[in-house]
Design a protein around this ligand. Structure first.
Ligand SMILES: *Cc1c(COP(=O)(O)O)cnc(C)c1O
Length: 397
C-alpha cells in the first residue's frame, strides 16, 4: 500500500462512520469490467457494486444519455411533469409485463414502497381490519437498511440495536412451501421474497419453489412480491430471475442496474389494481422519476436489451461455474448460482481470500462470512473471464 492509498483510507476512517469493512483498495477510474486504483493497478470488478453495474462501468450509451440531460433539466420534483418519466415507466412496464410503475431512488425506498402498496391493497381490497395487515418474509432476507426493513431481518448485525421492530411481519424459512402455507392468515396481504438470496450467500431456492409459492399466493389472495433489485435486469441469465420459473409477480421491485450504476434509481412495477390505489399525498419522493434519472434509466434498460446481456450472463455464468468446479479446491464446499451470480462457499472465512484475490487483480467480496460472491458486469467476454479465472486460481492456490 503506497502513501496515496494510505492517505485516502485514513481520511475515510477518520471522518466516515465505520458501517462498512472495505478491502484496502482506493479506486479512481472504471471502464467496462475493469477498475483502476490510485496506484495505477487494474482490477476485474467481480462485485459490480452488488449488481448495480450489470452494463459495466461507464457504459458509453448511458454516459451519453446522462451528459445530454444533466445540463438541460435534472430535477423537476413531482409537482410538475417532465418529458422523460412517462417514457421510462412505460419501458419498465413493457419489460416487466406490469401495468404501472412508481419511481424511487434507492432500493430500500422501493421496498418500502412495495410494503406500503401491499398493506394499502390489504386494507382497501382484501378488507383486512385497520393496522392488522401482515407481510410474510423469508429467513436470511436482505431488503435494505431502513428501520422497518431491518426490523424483519434475521441477521442480528442488521437489526440488533435498531429496535423496536415495525410490527406486521412474519418470518418463514426460505424455500419452504409448507412454512409459507402455514404462515398465511386472513390478515396476510403479501409475500416478499428474493428469487435468489444474494446477501445471504447466493442461496438458490429449490426448483419450482417460486412458481408454487406464486400459485399459493394467488389461491389465498396474497400478493406475491419479488425483490429483483439484485437478481433482476439480466444478472441470473434471464431478464428477471422469476422468468426461470415463468412467474409473473404481483409486484416486482427493481433498483441497482436500473441505472447502470450512474445514479440511484429504483422502482416498483405492479398491476393497476395495486399501484392504482395510491392517491395524491399518500406517497412520494422529491427525486423519484426526475428527468436525469429517467434519461439514465431508459438508456440503462436499452443497453440490457440491445446487447442481450441476459443471454451473455447465462452463457458465461455456466462456463464460469464449470471452470470453478474443475479447480477442485479442497476448501470449497459448494459452488452455486445462476447466470453471472455465483457463490463460492468455503470451509473457512473468506475475507483473507478476498484480500489474496485483490493482490491478483480480482475484486470480489464475501457475502455471508464463508461465501465469496462473483458477479462481474454482464458485458464480460469469454477471454476476460478466462483471464479472471487464471487470477482466481493463482490467488486461491
Ligand atoms: C441492494 C439490495 C436492496 C437495497 O438497495 P439499496 O439501494 O442499497 O437501498 C434491497 N434488496 C436487495 C435484494 C438488494 O440486493
Amino acid at each position: 500500500m503506497n502513501t496515496a492509498t494510505r492517505k485516502y483510507i485514513e481520511l475515510d476512517e477518520r471522518y466516515g462512520a465505520h458501517n462498512y469493512h472495505p478491502l484496502p483498495v482506493v479506486l479512481e477510474r472504471g471502464k467496462g469490467v475493469f477498475v483502476w486504483d490510485v496506484e495505477g493497478r487494474r482490477y476485474f470488478d467481480m462485485l459490480s457494486s452488488y449488481s448495480a453495474l450489470n452494463q459495466g462501468h461507464g457504459h458509453p450509451r448511458i454516459v451519453a444519455a446522462a451528459k445530454k440531460q444533466v445540463g438541460k433539466l435534472a430535477l423537476t420534483s413531482r409537482a410538475f411533469h417532465n418529458t422523460l418519466m412517462g417514457a421510462f415507466l412505460k419501458r419498465i412496464c413493457e419489460l416487466t409485463g406490469q401495468d404501472m410503475a412508481l419511481p424511487m431512488n434507492s432500493g430500500a425506498e422501493a421496498v418500502e414502497t412495495a410494503i406500503k402498496a401491499m398493506r394499502q391493497w390489504g386494507y382497501l381490497r382484501k378488507g383486512i381490519a385497520a393496522n392488522r395487515a401482515e407481510i410474510i418474509v423469508c429467513r436470511g432476507n436482505f431488503h435494505g437498511r431502513t428501520t422497518t426493513i431491518v426490523g424483519f431481518s434475521s441477521d442480528p448485525d442488521s437489526s440488533g440495536n435498531f429496535g423496536p421492530a415495525t410490527p406486521g411481519f412474519v418470518t418463514v424459512n426460505y424455500g419452504s412451501l409448507e412454512d409459507l402455507e402455514a404462515a398465511i392468515t386472513a390478515n396476510t396481504c403479501g409475500f416478499l421474497v428474493e428469487p435468489i438470496q444474494g446477501e445471504a450467500g447466493v442461496l438458490v431456492p429449490p426448483e419450482g419453489y417460486l412458481a408454487k409459492a406464486r400459485q399459493l399466493c394467488a389461491d389465498r389472495k396474497v400478493l406475491f412480491c419479488a425483490d429483483e433489485i439484485q437478481t433482476g435486469l439480466g444478472r441470473t441469465g434471464r431478464l428477471f430471475a422469476v422468468d426461470h420459473e415463468a412467474v409473473k409477480p404481483d409486484l416486482i421491485i427493481l433498483g441497482k442496474a436500473l441505472s447502470g450504476g450512474l445514479y440511484p434509481i429504483s422502482a416498483v412495477a405492479a398491476s393497476s389494481e395495486v399501484l392504482g390505489l395510491f392517491r395524491p399525498g399518500t406517497h412520494g419522493s422529491t427525486f423519484g422519476g426526475n428527468p436525469l434519472a429517467s434519461a439514465i434509466g431508459l438508456a440503462a434498460l436499452d443497453v440490457i436489451v440491445r446487447e442481450k446481456l441476459p443471454a451473455n450472463a447465462a452463457k458465461q455464468g455456466e462456463y464460469f461455474r464449470r471452470r470453478l468446479k474443475e479447480m477442485r479446491h479442497p476448501l470449497v464446499v459448494d459452488i452455486r448460482g445462476k447466470g453471472l451470480l455465483t457463490g463460492l462457499e468455503f470451509r473457512i472465512p473468506t475475507r483473507p481470500l478476498c484480500e489474496k484475490l485483490m493482490e491478483r487483480g480480482v475484486l470480489a467480496k464475501d457475502s455471508h462470512e464463508m461465501t465469496i460472491r462473483f458477479a462481474p458486469p454482464l458485458t464480460i467476454t469469454r477471454s476476460q473471464l478466462d483471464s479472471a479465472l487464471r487470477a482466481i486460481r493463482t490467488a486461491l492456490s
